[in-house]
Design a protein around this ligand. Structure first.
Ligand SMILES: [Ca+2]
Ligand SMILES: [Ca+2]
Length: 296
């Protein structure tokens, strides 16, 4: 009996925990293409109190960048920045990515003129490090307290994209951290589509600084591969065959602060309940008959 009571107590505690998990308000999505990209970008910036903005335009393309680890890919046109190039505003990248002043036309002539800068003249994109491969279309960014190595969180992050034309090809996924250090998705949001050459904006604002990391999916392919010093170009996009190339420009995010952890979703607890009931039932079946009404 005592064991059964302990089981019931544990379940009651679990149910109690489920009911008392703090509820997070639904995130607010800012999204638009063309003229609406600008209005939504401005509205998001206002919502995060200005926050941090990375426009890429201060990155020098001629080998004189403020960060000596910035590597020239094509002199005066495209460079590779190190992951900590923007540590000063609290951004750390998952890998070195590329900043271009010519819309990436010198590294991928097939898309020349397709990616106008939102803020002149530099734009930002990933590349594949395997020669002749173009599958890496992801940009990861995590957050630190500005200018430090201390892990931090942001309340909201948004980015300008250029030339997203096919639905479902570009997105931003937001990740938080549970109390035990686990990574947990806070939702994946599609970038809106627009006409050729238009800009898009997608930003998502949460009620607390729970975003530890964002993962941007930018188009269907990388624009180029860079292995050692060898550049290979992807070529032109082909919307009819589902190939949509895109780049990014301004990133904007609430100034990173202490990271707030995310509770394990109540749905996970509820999903675990049937298993716990079965476990309790199995224990009762295992127990000798004479024990059923005894003192334990
Ligand atoms: Ca720019
Ligand atoms: Ca495109």
């Amino acid at each position: 009996m005592q064991r059964s009571l302990r089981c019931l107590s544990a379940l009651a505690l679990l149910c109690g925990a489920t009911l008392t998990l703090p509820a997070h308000a639904s995130p607010i999505v800012f999204s638009g293409s063309g003229v609406a990209a600008t209005t939504q970008f401005n509205a998001f910036r206002a919502a995060v109190g200005g926050g941090s903005r990375i426009a890429w335009d201060g990155v020098r393309l001629d080998g004189t960048d403020v960060n000596p680890a910035t590597r020239v890919i094509d002199p005066g046109k495209t460079v590779e920045i190190p992951v900590d190039r923007f540590r000063g505003v609290g951004a750390i990248y998952a890998a070195p990515y590329a900043v271009s002043g010519d819309g990436f036309s010198s590294v991928n002539p097939g898309s020349a003129g397709e990616f106008p800068a939102f803020s002149p003249a530099n734009t930002f994109a990933m590349f594949d490090t395997r020669p002749g491969q173009f599958d890496d279309r992801f940009i990861g960014q995590s957050f630190v307290l500005p200018g430090t190595n201390t892990v931090a969180g942001t309340r909201g992050f948004g980015a300008i994209f250029a030339d997203v034309e096919l639905a479902g090809t570009s997105a931003i996924e937001y990740f938080g951290q549970t109390a035990n250090g686990g990574r947990i998705s806070l939702g994946k949001f599609d970038v809106p589509i627009g006409q050729s050459g238009e800009h898009q904006f997608l930003g998502v604002l949460f009620d607390q600084a729970i975003v530890a990391e964002v993962l941007l999916t930018v188009g269907t392919h990388a624009l180029f591969s860079l292995s050692g010093n060898t550049i290979q170009s992807f070529g032109a996009e082909d919307l009819g065959r589902g190939i949509d190339l895109a780049v990014t420009d301004d990133f904007v995010f609430a100034t990173p602060t202490a990271l707030r952890t995310v509770p394990i979703p109540s749905t996970l607890w509820l999903a675990a309940l049937p298993a716990l009931f079965l476990l309790r039932h199995a224990r009762r079946q295992d127990r000798p008959r004479g024990d059923a009404g005894g003192a334990g």
